[in-house]
Design a protein around this ligand. Structure first.
Ligand code: NAD
Ligand code: WQD
Length: 346
């Protein structure tokens, strides 16, 4: 039997590119679809270096039905779709809500239409821990924890997309896994691919590595008076390659006839770390001093949240393997690589 073809929308992005590497390692044939709205064509070159051949890739917008239809019609034997493509910046979604609904919801609808039309049955969808908002009952959330009214249009798109997929799976034509990612960090161990935030990073780890390398003057820790042991926010930071592997497990899970039509899995380590602990771990792992200060709380930040990962551990058969230090070291290696190849993001 030949390698199974998987369409990977957003495959040039941060999580998508790492998943492409894992798909190839597990005998799949990824077909990347990306419009580079938040990534760069160079990622395809870096992937080629890593996997030893040029991955099939199409520069197109997933909201463009006709263009995406051609990818489906040119490949008669597509086994599934992993749908990463979306806009993901929480703050930007407050300023441009329509663009977020338009891109994130429309792209999903186009894909679902084409899946049905071409009899492609398996879908893995990128959801987010943002659907839990600020949890009421403790800070560890499970898949059956209450979902909260969305704090941002971005978060709302994830809730809407989850609901659409759940309803569509009722028709027996499509089976899906909704993966609720916690905080992906780090980079492939080679340092050849990683996170490429355009402009000033919103996320903690790219801000740390850019500060350490001198692109940013100093990191501001957003508040240290939260009700947590050291006063800083708690999150579940997961190595992006572990996260990528969860997609392989999800494809296996969906492929088994006995399994749920629409499954939901938390993809996190099951451990919480504070912002201060991340900074300390970075300093320890790299043996560097990081320039940082304590600043104001950031509006909208959840105090503390981390995954209950029991369902993905026992049912998906997936567990996060890499440590926080390993994740931070890989992020640093990636930052050093970007400097070595003189890749400019601003
Ligand atoms: P990313 O921005 O690096 O990757 C998304 C990719 O999709 C980019 O390459 C972008 O160019 C592409 N894209 C966006 N809209 C497109 C469209 N209409 N057509 C074609 N390509 C399009 O983001 P990421 O961090 O890799 O996130 C991947 C997915 O995971 C997203 O759905 C995101 O919402 C979700 N997610 C991310 C995080 C995180 O912290 N990174 C956490 C939870 C969930
Ligand atoms: C982590 C912690 C900050 C930057 C976001 C989205 C969420 C999901 C994951 C997509 C927080 C603190 C950060 C800085 C800091 N994405 N921080 N100084 O906010 O947990 O989640 O990404 O679905 O929806 O909201 O991630 O990396 O922005 O922040 O102190 O310069 O680091 O306050 O406690 P967050 P983050």
């Amino acid at each position: 039997m030949g390698r199974k073809k998987i369409i990977v929308t957003g495959g040039a992005g941060y999580i998508g590119s790492h998943t492409v590497v894992e798909l190839v390692a597990h005998g799949y044939d990824p077909i990347i679809v990306d419009n580079y709205s938040n990534s760069f064509p160079e990622v395809i070159d870096w992937l080629e270096e890593l996997i030893g051949f040029r991955p099939i890739n199409h520069n197109l917008d997933c909201c463009d039905y006709d263009s995406l239809k051609k990818v489906f019609s040119d490949n008669s034997d597509i086994a599934g779709v992993i749908h990463f493509a979306a806009y993901k910046a929480v703050g930007e979604s407050m300023e441009k809500p329509i663009a977020y609904y338009q891109n994130n919801v429309n792209s999903l609808l186009v894909i679902l239409n084409l899946m049905e039309e071409f009899n492609v049955k398996h879908l893995v969808f990128s959801s987010s821990c943002t659907v839990y908002g600020t949890p009421d009952n403790g800070i560890q959330v499970a898949e059956n924890s209450e979902l909260k009214p969305p704090a941002s249009p971005y978060g709302h798109t994830k809730i809407i997309c989850e609901e659409i997929i759940q309803n569509v799976c009722g028709n027996d034509k499509i089976k899906a896994s909704l993966l609720r990612y916690f905080n992906p960090i780090g980079a492939h161990r080679s340092g050849k691919i990683g996170e490429l935030p355009i402009g000033k990073p919103n996320n903690l780890v790219p801000f740390i590595t850019q500060t350490a390398i001198g692109i940013r003057e100093k990191l501001t820790i957003f508040g240290n008076t939260y009700n947590t042991p050291d006063g800083t926010n708690i999150r579940d930071y997961i190595h992006v390659s572990d996260l990528a592997n969860a997609h392989i497990k999800a494809l296996d899970y969906i492929g088994n006839k006995q399994n749920e039509k629409c499954s939901i899995f938390n993809i996190g380590t099951g451990n919480g770390n504070s912002v201060k602990e991340v900074v300390d771990a970075f300093e320890k792992a790299t043996e560097m001093k990081l320039n940082y200060q304590i600043g104001e709380k950031r509006a909208g930040d959840v105090e503390a949240i981390y995954a209950n990962a029991q369902k993905s551990n026992s049912i998906l058969g997936w567990t996060a393997e890499r440590t926080l230090e390993e994740s931070l070291l890989s992020a640093w290696k990636w930052q050093l690589n970007l400097k070595a190849i003189d890749f400019k993001l601003d």
